[in-house]
Write a protein that binds this ligand. Structure first.
Ligand code: S3P
Length: 427
């Protein structure tokens, strides 16, 4: 695909619904009693995989664009699927669904695409096994396909080696079916959408520092969920607005949960002008309108507890680093290697293709800002939606068009990305 360059970007962009929240609304609706009505649902391939897995387990789900009605059957209402549950490219579906499957009285097999079959599942297999679950990696390589057999689950205190909301949520969902309290402690706080939404459906959840506990066998009741715009999708337009001189972009209705807003904090620390307007709470989640004005950026260092709150935005942040003044250093982000692609490798390769100077490390990278040394390039998405979108934004300030191989993968989280971008840019 040809990637246009542009002089500036202006206007208002309502980005599609939050991916993490859309998955959870369908899943929690399915195991609740009664109807869950979702508006603002993300109609991306990942969330459609979640819908298709729950339909296979007998849940009736009506979906028309951003409106979804889930006819929940309660905690014990799922049925044995006919054939494998295919999560496609979706790590969130794979890991959260695994927590639910561990507690079911039927056997099931979960699989996904080539990328999913390489992503680490030991991080959920070990805690699930400690709870008494019968689940194994069929190829014995710690990855999907995973085979689940019925088992009695014990309430257990689990320690997660990684700050991962997918691992935490998997354990909490299995805890719904255990015989006592289940808790999970993580090294740093990960996104808390599960805690917020599952409590709203009726679960008893306690949070104490980086430990979250859940009591079993709650009565979950269907409800209305209005999904806010995805801050991870907003990040691309926000970055474009900062990078192109003379730009101003309004991104209304964006989720700004403090466990997810690390990118906003990081770009402000780089000198970016981003205003949060009309702060409010929608369906239990903090939301606001973001007003972005073109800014001169300088490099920063990020690491430690900051990382979980911006893990999905690191490709975009690395690109901003290449256009900023000075060095941008990213540490403590080894998780990047086990995302939809090895993002340390994918970012390094694509930054170098455009002439940036980057030093990859085991847990991050250092990028030397040098906007004048950057040039149009042929980028490769590595089949990873976030790499495709971040480097499509990287192409905007360059002096001529660039190219992207495998651009279609944006359909995972933002099917209308190129359409929306082309509507707002001026060349
Ligand atoms: C997600 C959690 C994060 C994130 C992913 C979505 C979620 O993954 O990268 O895109 O919805 O819980 P980890 O929990 O593995 O860090």
């Amino acid at each position: 695909m040809e990637l246009k360059n542009a002089t500036h970007i202006n206007g208002t962009i309502s980005v599609p619904g939050d991916k993490s929240i859309s998955h959870r609304a369908v899943m929690f609706g399915a195991i609740s009693d009664g109807i869950t009505e979702i508006t603002g649902f993300l109609e991306g391939a990942d969330c459609l995989s979640t819908i298709s897995c729950f339909r296979k387990m007998g849940i009736s789900i009506e979906q028309e664009k951003e409106r979804v009605i889930v006819h929940g059957k309660g905690l014990h209402g799922l049925m044995r699927p006919d054939g494998m549950l295919d999560v496609g490219n979706s790590g969130t579906t794979a890991r959260l669904l695994s927590g639910i499957l561990a507690g079911q009285p039927f056997s099931a097999t979960l699989t996904g695409d080539a990328s999913i079959q390489k992503r680490p599942m030991k991080r959920i297999l070990a805690p699930l096994a400690s709870m008494g679950a019968s689940v194994c990696s069929i190829k014995e390589n710690g990855c999907a396909p995973l085979q689940f057999q019925p088992a009695r689950l014990r309430g257990t205190a689990c320690l997660s080696p990684v700050a991962s909301a997918q691992v935490k949520s998997c354990i909490l969902l299995a805890g719904l079916y255990a015989d006592g309290k289940t808790s999970v402690t993580e090294p740093a706080r990960s996104r808390n959408h599960t805690e917020l939404m599952l409590s709203a459906f009726g679960a008893t959840i306690e949070c104490d520092g980086t430990t979250v506990s859940i009591l079993p066998e709650p009565r979950l009741t269907g409800r209305k969920i209005n999904v806010p715009g995805d801050i991870s999708s907003a990040a691309y337009f926000l970055a474009a607005g900062l990078l192109l001189p003379g730009s101003e972009i309004l991104i209304p209705n964006t989720g700004v949960n403090p466990t997810r807003d690390g990118f906003l904090k990081a770009v402000c620390a780089m000198g970016g002008r981003v205003q949060r307007q009309n702060a409010r709470i929608v369906s239990g989640e903090p939301v606001c309108d973001l007003l972005v004005t073109a800014s001169r950026l300088h490099g920063i260092e990020i690491g430690g507890d900051q990382i979980p709150a911006l893990i999905d935005e690191i490709p975009m942040l690395a690109v901003l680093g290449a256009f900023a003044e000075g060095v941008t250093t990213i540490r403590d982000a080894a998780e990047l290697k086990v995302k939809e692609s090895d993002r340390i490798a994918a970012i390094t390769d694509n930054l170098r293709r455009m002439g940036a100077v980057v030093t990859p490390t085991e847990d991050g990278m250092a990028i030397e800002g040098n906007p004048d040394g950057l040039h149009p390039a042929k980028f490769d998405s590595y089949g990873d939606h976030r790499i495709a979108m971040a480097f499509s934004i990287a192409a905007l300030p360059l002096h001529a068009p660039s190219k992207m191989q495998n651009a279609a993968c944006v359909n995972i989280s933002y099917p209308t990305f190129y359409h929306d971008l082309n509507r707002l840019i001026h060349s």
